[in-house]
Design a protein around this ligand. Structure first.
Ligand SMILES: Cc1cc2nc3c(=O)[nH]c(=O)nc-3n(C[C@H](O)[C@H](O)[C@H](O)COP(=O)(O)O)c2cc1C
Length: 363
């Protein structure tokens, strides 16, 4: 099989220029193992683990998902499990730490847990090589590099990409508005964002938001990116940790069936259903006040909706469960293994890139 090799492969020590996006509320432990063993970058997700700090206020059933350990211990166990599960292939993996202002206490705990896990075990030190920060200000996190970690940061605009570059990140993940879960209030989509960021910074760029196959990987490389980060596509895989109902929703929906509404920190893109529609209605009432800087009286109401939605999800009862997903749901209709998916993406991207000159260039 022909391979694709970019600067991202060298920086991260991976075979294929594909990153798995961090995806709460699950730990994405099984997914991270499968992605890493397939030669791409698997990533553990922390965001849901923090819910165990305030289980009664959290919009998920934290105890059921994570037990009662404190968040840094949950992460440490997860890191140990992924290091063990990937030891055979010698692959590398990362941890996603959201650094939103509302989440900073938890972010610091998770960063410490990453550093301590690496210090405590040479296998973990070798395999846990990457931290992907997201949803906030990168500047205070440069210390991660001093710990020998490779540091990627997710951005939604050229402004934020320049800020991340100034902070010293190794990789910038430019994430377009079509992506699943947290998005920016300013809707810049991948087709505009990725080439604009690639032009504005010298740091290698990974494209996120809407990527799912060989054609879109080839497109990302044409736009100046060195690889792709996928979230929604990886949900619908055999190994992913997501509930069956969530995987099926991704497979069933068409491209018009996602909605953006207020989420935990800023807006989120949801898979369209009754619960998502109610959140959007609530958002439309609140957003003008949000822009005027007034407090949002109905935060609690939105959190309650999310809480109810998640309870529904965790019991896997019905299609009213609250689920996040990107517009790319419309391009996903199967449930492959991670290994098959990655192999197909790479071989199709190679075919696309090789066939284009013959098809479109005239002498
Ligand atoms: C269910 C779901 C949960 C997500 N949770 C997180 C998260 O915890 N942290 C994060 O940085 N990004 C999160 N994301 C964004 C992904 O990491 C990725 O950047 C995004 O899904 C890319 O767009 P795509 O969905 O079109 O592939 C999430 C996405 C989805 C679909």
């Amino acid at each position: 099989m022909s391979a694709l090799h970019t600067e991202i492969c060298d920086i991260l020590g991976i075979n294929h220029p594909i990153l798995q996006g961090g995806m709460g509320p699950y730990k994405t432990e099984d997914l991270a193992i499968a992605v890493t063993n397939a030669g791409a970058l698997g990533v553990i997700s922390c965001i849901g683990m923090a819910a165990t700090l305030l289980p009664e206020a959290a919009p998920i059933d934290a105890v059921r998902l994570f037990g009662t350990d404190p968040p840094p211990v949950i992460l440490q166990k997860s890191i140990e499990a992924v290091a063990k599960g990937t030891k055979g292939t010698g692959g590398v993996f990362g941890v996603n730490i959201p650094v939103a202002a509302e989440f900073l206490l938890a972010s610091e705990m998770f960063a410490r847990s990453v550093v301590e896990s690496r210090e405590s075990d040479s296998d973990i030190e070798r395999s846990l090589r990457v931290v992907v920060t997201s949803a906030g200000n990168p500047t205070p996190w440069a210390q991660l590099k001093e710990q020998g970690l490779i540091w990627a940061h997710v951005v939604p605009s050229v402004y934020h990409a320049k800020k991340a570059e100034k902070a010293g990140v190794d990789i910038i993940v430019a994430s377009g508005h079509e992506g699943g879960a947290h998005v920016s209030w300013d809707p810049v989509h991948s087709m505009v964002l990725v080439p604009a960021v690639a032009k504005a910074v010298k740091t290698p760029v990974v494209a996120a938001g809407g990527f799912c196959d060989g054609n879109t990987l080839a497109a990302a490389l044409s736009l100046g990116a060195m690889g792709i980060q996928m979230g929604t596509r990886f949900i619908a895989t055999k190994e992913s940790d997501f509930e069956t109902i969530w995987k099926q929703a991704i497979i069933d929906r068409e491209e018009r069936q996602t909605l953006v509404g207020r989420g935990l920190f800023g807006p989120m893109r949801f898979v369209r259903n009754q619960t998502a529609e109610r959140i959007v209605e609530q958002t439309l009432e609140d957003v003008p006040r949000f822009y005027l800087g007034e407090p949002l009286d109905s935060n609690e109401a939105i959190l309650k909706l999310e809480r109810d939605g998640f309870e529904d999800l965790i019991d896997a009862k019905s299609d009213t469960a609250l689920m996040f997903g990107g517009e790319v749901v419309g391009r996903i209709d199967d449930l492959p293994s991670v290994q098959d998916l990655i192999e197909e993406i790479i071989s199709d991207a190679v075919k696309t890139i090789q066939s284009l000159p013959n098809e479109v260039i005239s002498e």
